[in-house]
Structures are given as C-alpha cells and as structure tokens.
Design a protein around this ligand. Sequence first.
Ligand code: ZN
Length: 150
Amino acid sequence: MSNWYKTVEQHIDRQRPEFTEKEQTAHKLDLFLRAAIRIDEFASECEKCHAIQAEMLKTAKTINLVRTEKAAQKESKRIRNLALGHLRKKHGLSHPMENRLLWGCFGMAFGASIGLTYNQYIPGIIVGGVVGTVGGILRDRQMAKQGRTI
Ligand SMILES: [Zn+2]
C-alpha cells in the first residue's frame, strides 16, 4: 500500500467523526476507500489511475464538505463514479453485488420480450428475472473468488 493511499485514508478517518453513521453510508465513505485501494494498485502502470489519484486525494482532503455543500457532494460522487467506472471498464473489476442486479434486470427485460411473443408477459418477467439473478449471483461469487470485486 502506497503513501498516497495512506494519506487518503488518514484524511477520511480524520473527518469521519463529523459524520453520523447514516451520513457515512449515504456519502459512501467506505466505497470511496475501497475504490482508492484498487486505483492505488494500478496507478504505477496506468496513467488514468494515476490521474484519478490526484482527484481522489483532493476530494478526500475536504470530504466533510459533502455533509453541507451540494457542490462538494456532486464532486465527490463524480470522482467516485469516475474511479469505479474506470476500474470496471479498464481493469475488469466489479462491485460485489453488481452482476446479480444487472443480470436480474436484463433477465426481466429479456423474459418480458419473449413472454410478449407467447402472450405470457408476467411469467416471462418472473422467469427471466430469476434466471438472470441466479446467473448474476454465480458471477458475483466467481468474481469475488478471483479477487476482482471492489
Ligand atoms: Zn487504471
């Protein structure tokens, strides 16, 4: 773990007491740190991760502003999503629950379109949703096993 990550963690931990537990969850402090760990892993060989590091550090320094300022909230969400999106696309990582949600929705849509053809709209949605979710759970487990979850 690099000094960069340690500094980010220190900034967040120093300001954490100002947050209620509910606020910590709402503003996703832990997800921010988990993303930072991963960005840190790739930063030495990935220019984009390296660039994201600078932005994450800047956000971490004044993370307590998200409690009161809409602009800070927006900015922290933007950088968090930038990091997560990049980790997904470029480094093949996923959120621990991501696939079951995604595949569940996809399954429902797919089931609905098949169901429509046979006039079995509702059963189509249900079967599609269940199959998609189960498939997604298996995929989530596989990703976790391979250490590829954020
Ligand atoms: Zn990268």
